[in-house]
Design a protein around this ligand. Structure first.
Ligand SMILES: [Zn+2]
Length: 314
């Protein structure tokens, strides 16, 4: 390379690169010039892009401190890319904060329809007495001795307490008995109820001898008669009470629907009591499935003589 550095003195100085590098001083000067030329390039934006960054950070350009004139120089395409990256950053930040990302939706509360109460009636009480005596052939349990005798002969069986069926602790031990088909009904009902609601049903009353029912009438004016034509069916051992206390709306709904279906099928009679808050349920012998033909000995039904029927107060 040849440079003409005319000085106006009329004297022209001619030099070339090879000539500059001939002396050590000139070589050092040339090296320094080269270093000074390279350093600004290392500080340029393009240089920093070479360094590895966190992927999320790398995708999002930092706010530029460059002068407006430099931003103006960005191409339209570049500005679009910046906007897109900013949107991605905001989206990623929102996802990290659950309070922002979670949508609160107020769903309409659906209340379980509650079937009407299964109210008792005198007609129902009459039916319970009639069926227990005439259809199922049950006798009234007169007193504690009579009760003990029937328990010993397994005419009465224990209320089938389990994880799904509790018995009120105040109920005397020898009153925690009932007829076998009533026990079967309790097992079935409590098993299904327990599977659905994960808590036990509570039996508050079962068999009541006539003399016990008389005592109950003295202390509880609401108690059904112990003697006469229409009496409390508890004296037969076929009836039990299940507490309503502690049952949720869903449980009440389920109980009413299930008990009503069984009542319509003629398997039980049910009355809801409100003072004692319980389901009073009389279970009939027909609740047990019919035994297949030929199984066991044929059972002879002994007809009750009319004179004996009269003696029972009918
Ligand atoms: Zn009852």
């Amino acid at each position: 390379m040849r440079v003409d550095t005319g000085t106006g003195t009329g004297m022209a100085l001619h030099w070339s690169c090879s000539e500059i590098l001939r002396t050590p001083l000139m070589r050092r000067t040339a090296f320094m010039v080269l270093v000074l030329m390279v350093l600004p390039v290392a500080g340029a934006p393009g240089w920093s892009a070479v360094r590895p960054k966190h992927p999320a950070k790398a995708a999002v350009p930092q706010a530029s401190s460059d002068s407006p004139s430099k931003n103006d120089s960005l191409t339209k395409k570049h500005r679009k890319a910046l906007k897109k990256a900013e949107r991605a950053r905001r989206h990623a930040t929102a996802r990290k904060k659950p309070g922002i990302a979670v949508l609160r939706v107020n769903l309409p509360r659906t209340r379980v329809p509650l079937p009407p109460p299964l109210r008792g009636s005198y007609a129902s009480l009459e039916r319970q007495n009639l069926r227990a005596e005439e259809v199922d052939g049950l006798e009234r349990i007169e007193d504690e001795d009579d009760l003990a005798d029937r328990i010993a002969r397994k005419v009465l069986v224990p209320v089938p307490a389990s994880g799904a069926l509790a018995v009120n602790g105040e109920l005397p031990e020898n009153h925690r008995y009932c007829r076998p088909w009533t026990a079967r009904f309790l097992s079935d009902l409590s098993r299904v109820h327990g599977a659905l609601f994960h808590k036990p049903l509570v039996v508050t009353s079962a068999v009541r001898p006539v003399d016990y029912q008389k005592q109950l009438m003295e202390t509880n004016g609401n108690a059904t008669a112990a003697e006469g034509e229409i009496v409390s069916p508890h004296v037969t051992g076929a009836t039990i009470d299940i507490a309503k206390q502690g049952l949720t709306r869903q449980e009440m709904s389920w109980m009413r629907a299930r008990l009503l279906a069984l009542e319509k099928a003629g398997k039980i009679d049910v009355e809801e009591e409100f003072q004692q808050a319980c389901f009073h349920i009389t279970v009939y012998k027909s609740y047990l499935p019919a035994e297949p033909a030929g199984s066991g000995k044929p059972k002879r039904r002994v007809p009750v003589p009319p004179a004996q029927m009269a003696a029972r107060g009918r």
